[in-house]
Design a protein around this ligand. Structure first.
Ligand code: OGA
Ligand code: NI
Length: 197
């Protein structure tokens, strides 16, 4: 994994967005996708909200995904394997980049056909604890025209990233504006934040 972490961070430092095509193995991403679909069938997913604390509101004009937070207390093998990988990624970041990451949070996200998430920053105004955003895609197939790309806004351009299985995207939460374009197919992912508190 060290090489994968290293390449990701190098790309992040150079371009403000790190992309790794095979961060998760096929096995792990399919197991996580199966979890997500099972949670959806069991009606465990909740409408995602915007803001934090008392300002939390559900606004389907801004985002229309459904989410479920990962937790070791679920004793789910795939979830734990994913969190183990995140633990080693955090150690790597803290030792090679002195990133000062102390905690993290991750949720599954399901975007049904027609869903989107308008342009935003991931850091809340009143709380700056989210340092880095990381997103992991779980769709086994995705083709041009399926929509649901992650659009990231760079200096003078923007870049569309296809949400394909195994891929991980990494950027600084307070800096990079981004959006999820309307998807034409069911879109599955895990999104999370590395935090300094
Ligand atoms: C988010 C987000 C992007 C994506 O959940 O904050 O921007 O590609 N997700 O799923
Ligand atoms: Ni975001």
């Amino acid at each position: 994994m060290e090489q994968i972490f290293d390449d990701l961070i190098e790309l992040y430092l150079r371009e403000k967005v790190g992309i790794s095509e095979n961060f998760l193995t096929k096995q792990l991403s399919s197991d996580l996708r199966d979890n997500l679909l099972r949670l959806s069938e069991e009606n465990k997913l909740k409408d995602a909200q915007i803001g934090s604390g008392d300002d939390k509101v559900q606004n389907s004009l801004i985002r229309k995904d459904k989410i479920f937070w990962l937790d070791r207390a679920h004793s789910n093998a795939a979830e734990n394997a994913f969190l183990d990988l995140m633990d080693s990624f955090v150690v790597f970041l803290n030792t090679t980049c002195f990133a000062g990451i102390k905690s993290y949070e991750f949720h599954y996200a399901l975007y049904e056909k027609g869903s989107f998430y308008k342009k935003h920053l991931d850091q809340f105004k009143e709380n700056g604890n989210r340092q880095f955003t990381s997103i992991f895609y779980l769709n086994e197939v995705w083709k041009q025209g399926d929509g649901g790309e992650l659009r990231v806004y760079l200096q003078d351009t923007c870049k569309d990233i296809s949400p394909l299985q195994g891929k991980m995207v990494f950027f600084k939460s307070s800096e990079l504006e981004h959006e999820v374009l309307q998807t034409q197919i069911q879109r599955m992912s895990i999104t999370g934040w590395l935090k300094n508190d």
